[in-house]
Design a protein around this ligand. Structure first.
Ligand SMILES: Cc1cc2nc3c(=O)[nH]c(=O)nc-3n(C[C@H](O)[C@H](O)[C@H](O)COP(=O)(O)OP(=O)(O)OC[C@H]3O[C@@H](n4cnc5c(N)ncnc54)[C@H](O)[C@@H]3O)c2cc1C
Length: 476
């Protein structure tokens, strides 16, 4: 039996929920892909689950905006996630399939094609165009003399990364990108020209930080399949947020034990002598306090750091959280074609890189859905590129994101953090950042890791529903 007692102390509303039953009350903080997946994986445990989300929508990074296109038609654009391949994102696809959210018609499929430019502003010949590969030949195109050597070096890079990706357990767990390249004798000339910029672009690292990045976090993005295999990538025509909302709506209807609190920002957590946790959250200018048996953080490390204030037992977590860096990126939807997309190379993903190592990434949205007409999504812009866009007056939307810099040290800290959380009792961490790389796949997977750490029986049930989950190696 649950009874609630509400008190007002110095203007703060306190809600104590006292439980006279053995079932746990679980708090999931954050309703991005990881928080939603965790909720769904735990939904059948028959515990009361409260999900706190500071925004008025779920989805987190996987969020959509709505704008009018050139013909006045309303279109939705996903500001965050865009592409995945069935090979590297098998659990994510399995998760969508199981929930009837993977309809091939909802996706645009394309062959990976990346163009690297050495000039930010002119429609100059690209430095490198990723090889178009079929079973019998590799074709690449650049207008410079060196094109064959570049193509071969890129091919070598893709094949070696694929080999690594397939057998990563055989390599040292903390292998950095630089040590991977060194052990394979890559030509430093090409590293600067396009290998490092591509690695920086897929991980959102700055080029100077690429050498220390974790090899697994790069190979996950670029090499899920062999470069000679006929692999396809997919882009959702509507944002992933739509799929997540559909799935979650269904679960809330089926499981009254799930409670979503939107516009509810968790601001403080305290541990109690009885092993429980007291969460303080702000909702529409009111403060509330609520007690829980178990806490699942589905928010990034910098957000966790902000809500662990003075609790002496939790203070130690800060040691690891302090050194888990994130990078800010601006995502801009615009239709300034002159400077950002070469007319000649109508490819999906363009990476512009200049001599100083600044780069930007642009995606032609009309390659995904013709409703997007002339829009381009660009990110990782330098001040200069941003000023070009600003002065063009063609910006439709701009937004800010944070992306983890998953280095060797970052991975080590995730490990200590999880261990420390476990030693404190019922504390867990979910989120793309808790895995090898920050993707939709790893965000979903992190929810499954939490379930497996809590309840093996239900973990096995999910393995039957989504067979790829049975191949997952569960860390703490
Ligand atoms: C520009 C960009 C492009 C990307 N492209 C791809 C791609 O092509 N393919 C791919 O697979 N992945 C891609 N990703 C990565 C993917 O978007 C993320 O890995 C995934 O969405 C992370 O989900 P998450 O739930 O871990 O975190 P988040 O989405 O960050 O969710 C955290 C949630 O917690 C909430 N929150 C934070 N603090 C609090 C608090 N104190 N109280 C309550 N709520 C709080 C936030 O509002 C948010 O809703 C991209 C990301 C970006 C930014």
């Amino acid at each position: 039996m649950i009874f609630l007692k509400t008190l007002t102390v110095t203007g703060i509303l306190l809600i104590y929920s006292c439980q006279a039953m053995s079932k746990e009350k679980i708090a999931i903080i954050g309703a991005g892909a990881a928080g939603i997946a965790t909720t769904i994986f735990l939904s059948e445990l028959d515990n009361k689950i409260v999900i706190f989300e500071k925004n008025n929508e779920i989805g987190g990074n996987a969020r959509e905006i709505e704008i009018n296109n050139e013909y006045g038609k309303k279109i939705k654009i996903d500001l965050g996630p865009q592409y995945f391949s069935k090979k590297g994102w098998g659990n994510y696809v399995g998760f969508l399939k199981y929930h009837n959210q993977f309809n091939k018609k909802d996706y645009y499929s394309f062959k990976p094609s990346i163009v690297v430019y050495n000039s930010q502003v002119e429609a100059a010949p690209p430095l490198f165009v990723s090889p178009k590969v079929d079973r019998y030949s590799i074709k690449w195109s650049t207008k410079t003399k060196d094109s064959t050597a570049r193509g071969l070096e890129m091919f070598k890079f893709l094949s070696k990364s694929y080999k690594f990706n397939k057998n990563s357990k055989k390599y040292p767990s903390n292998l950095t990108f630089q040590s991977f390249l060194d052990s394979n004798n890559f030509d430093s000339k090409y590293l600067e020209e396009f290998i490092n910029p591509i690695a920086a672009a897929v991980t959102n690292f700055e080029i100077k930080d690429v050498p220390n990045s974790h090899m697994e976090s790069i190979s996950d993005y670029i090499s899920p399949s062999h470069p000679l295999s006929n692999s396809k990538y997919y882009v959702a025509k509507n944002g992933i947020a739509t799929a997540l909302k559909n799935i979650f709506r269904n679960y809330r209807y089926r499981f009254p034990n799930l409670l979503l609190k939107k516009n509810s920002e968790v601001v403080d957590i305290k541990t109690k002598e009885n092993g429980r946790f007291e969460i303080t959250y702000n909702q529409l200018n009111n403060h509330f306090v609520e007690s829980f048996d178990r806490i699942i953080f589905a928010i990034p490390p910098y957000a966790i750091k902000k809500i662990i204030n003075n609790d002496s037992r939790l203070r130690n977590l800060k040691r690891y959280l302090e050194v888990m860096p994130y990078k800010q990126a601006k995502v801009i939807i615009h239709n300034e074609h002159e400077h950002f997309i070469s007319r000649e190379y109508k490819r999906f993903l363009n990476i512009g890189v200049d001599g100083s190592g600044d780069y930007f990434i642009s995606m032609q949205l009309n390659r995904i859905n013709k409703d997007f007409t002339n829009y381009i999504k660009s990110w990782d812009l330098s001040e200069y590129e941003y000023s070009i866009l600003k002065s063009s007056g063609k910006i439709k939307h701009e937004s800010t994101f944070w992306h983890p810099l998953i280095s060797k040290e970052f991975r080590a800290n995730v490990h200590y953090l999880k261990r420390h959380g476990q030693s404190l009792g019922k504390i867990h961490f979910a989120g793309g950042w808790t895995q090898r790389s920050e993707t939709q796949e790893t965000a979903i997977l992190s929810g499954f890791h939490v379930l497996t750490n809590i309840d093996n029986k239900h973990s096995n049930i999910w393995k039957k529903r989504i067979p790829s989950l049975s191949k997952v190696n569960i860390e703490l």
